[in-house]
Design a protein around this ligand. Sequence first.
Ligand SMILES: Cc1cc2nc3c(=O)[nH]c(=O)nc-3n(C[C@H](O)[C@H](O)[C@H](O)COP(=O)(O)OP(=O)(O)OC[C@H]3O[C@@H](n4cnc5c(N)ncnc54)[C@H](O)[C@@H]3O)c2cc1C
Ligand code: FES
Length: 246
Amino acid sequence: MREVIATVLENIRIAEEVYSLTFAAEEIPVRAGQFCMIGVGAPLRRPFALCKAEGERYTVCYRVKGAGTRALAAVRPKDEISVLMPLGNGFVLQPHEKTVAVVGGGVGVFPLIAAIRAFCGEREVYSFMGFRNRAAVCMQYEMQRSKELVIATDDGSAGYRGTAVQAFMENVGRIRPDAVLACGPLPMLKALKTAVGGRFPVYASLEERMGCGIGACLVCVCNTADGGHARVCKDGPVFDLSKISL
Ligand SMILES: Cc1cc2nc3c(=O)[nH]c(=O)nc-3n(C[C@H](O)[C@H](O)[C@H](O)COP(=O)(O)OP(=O)(O)OC[C@H]3O[C@@H](n4cnc5c(N)ncnc54)[C@H](O)[C@@H]3O)c2cc1C
Ligand code: FES
């Protein structure tokens, strides 16, 4: 992990309240599912998945929620931002996990973009991506690398009407995945864990609030299934859901 002073190349709106920020920094190897902590204005840095890392160009996508992301939406090309990266473990698949389902909802689709980019060449990837409505749908061109892509919206204004988990479960018997990669709000992950029922592993990236991002402050601690604790920033953010108590 390093702290870099990055130069903003682009910060554009790509959907309702959602922006794509590309910055330049020294080339550092990044695994899909790893994240960065960006400091802009707010007292603490904020965590964002590294969606794309191409040489010295990195992209994060974010929804404006509060002070930190509002400040981020105001940065302009040529501004400098302080970034800690890469952080966390990222998605790791076992060699036999050749057929993979990707299930994401809300801002949880962003770390999964990196997973689709990383695994599409070497595995069969079926993606199920959930959004609130048509205006929230973004990054479709990246998701289309998948062997199959289902866009789901809560109100049916684009694609399948319902959640990404419902869309996935309607197709699971046909796809027969060896593993699932997931990210999304807690209710989504709970529904996914219950629906899968331990038939195959679900590797999920958790979205806990964070303080330091490097394992020191314990703000991000979650409960493990064996009664212990894990730091989402350092031990995760990706966990085998069977080992976590949601
Ligand atoms: C590993 C990781 C990767 C992430 N990747 C992305 C990403 O790629 N794109 C993206 O848009 N967001 C991502 N997030 C969530 C993002 O970090 C928060 O939305 C952001 O920190 C909010 O900051 P803020 O200052 O704008 O909002 P705040 O003022 O801090 O909070 C505004 C509202 O958002 C809620 N909130 C804040 N942080 C979180 C969180 N981590 N999880 C759930 N609710 C939260 C607060 O409870 C509050 O209701 C990620 C989080 C983690 C832990
Ligand atoms: S955010 Fe500080 S320990 Fe995880």
